[in-house]
Design a protein around this ligand. Structure first.
Ligand code: NCD
Length: 308
């Protein structure tokens, strides 16, 4: 079976380091890469809204000299007629060399990978995982901090449904000296399966709190997240919880001067726009880094599949 990336742990620490090296080389020498995927096609199958992930996948393929086809909503595809993900994956394998899929149901890209004859990349599955956002996050951390060792990382907001959080915790759990601070309302705590399978299994020291202000001074990285409205069962709960944390310049008073403020975006209210000009704001760097890491991943998977 051809290799897909469904979970960030499908990639070893060494492979991620190689992807980072490739991404850095692309940044320095873009011309060396701009024809490598000539004649190849990426299909973006997005059953959920997206700006950055879908467009950065598409930009990545264009910058490699390749082409793109796909859909940006299940409503525009035969899913609306009742077609299964399995049949769609099998069909699209006939037209494209690689697939990036986002789906509201956890596990859908995995099912697609079982039926596709070309590599499938999970571009976000429900409240589960988002491995390529993690690649963007890791390149950002690497470029800001120079290493992944001995970091204290605070995750703040919707840790229950925030798939970017689950994937980044999994990736960082393999690095030495990690400490995690989980900052969320009680209702939006990190799922116990992530605590058990990742944090406890790897003996990562972690604490849970509702108090962002108290946690802030010790953090090297603050990873803010949006409350995931689309995953709530009722609007009332969303409205009650949506503004639980709003980062403003005043609240950064006791933060480290070298704090790295991250957010996968889209932001709603979690980070005041007044912070955008603070040198510690890294969220728009993540956006750009995502494109380079997706370029590196597309190259790797196409090479392993024997397509390049
Ligand atoms: C995230 C997602 O889709 O999970 N967005 C992204 O891909 N950058 C975060 C979010 O939607 O809140």
């Amino acid at each position: 079976m051809v290799r897909s990336v469904i979970n960030i742990l499908d990639l070893s620490v060494e492979e991620i380091q190689d992807l980072i090296q490739t991404a850095c080389d692309i940044i320095d020498h873009p011309r060396d890469y701009d024809q490598l995927c000539r004649g190849k096609k990426l299909a973006t199958l997005f059953y959920e809204p997206s700006t950055r992930t879908r467009l950065s996948f598409e930009a990545a393929m264009y910058e490699l000299g390749g082409n793109v086809l796909g859909f940006s909503s299940g409503q525009n595809s035969s899913a609306s007629k009742g077609e299964s993900v399995a049949d769609t994956a099998r069909t699209v394998s006939c037209y494209a060399d690689i697939i990036a899929m986002r789906h509201p149901k956890e596990g859908a890209p995995y099912v697609a990978s079982l039926h596709s004859t070309v590599p499938v990349i999970n571009a976000g599955d429900g409240g589960h995982n988002h491995p390529t956002q993690t690649l963007a996050d890791l390149l950002t951390i690497y470029r800001e901090k120079g290493s992944f060792n001995n970091l204290t990382v605070g995750f703040c907001g919707d840790l229950k449904f925030g798939r970017t959080v689950h994937s980044l915790i999994a990736a960082l759990s393999r690095q030495a000296g990690l400490r995690v601070v989980l900052i969320s309302p009680v209702e939006l705590k990190l799922p116990s399966y992530v605590k058990k399978d990742i944090l406890k299994a790897q003996n990562i020291p972690y604490e849970q709190t509702t108090d962002l202000q108290a946690a802030l001074p010790e953090l090297d990285i603050l990873y803010m997240t949006r409350v995931q409205r689309e995953r709530f069962f009722n609007e009332e709960d969303y409205l009650r919880l949506k503004d639980s944390y709003i980062l403003t310049p005043g609240k950064l008073k006791n933060a480290r001067p070298d704090l790295c403020i991250m957010h996968p975006l889209p932001r709603v209210n979690e980070i005041s726009v007044a912070i955008d000009s603070d040198p510690r704001a890294c969220y728009f760097k993540q956006v750009l880094n995502g494109k380079y890491m997706r370029m590196a991943l597309i190259l790797k998977l196409l090479r392993e599949a024997g397509t390049l």
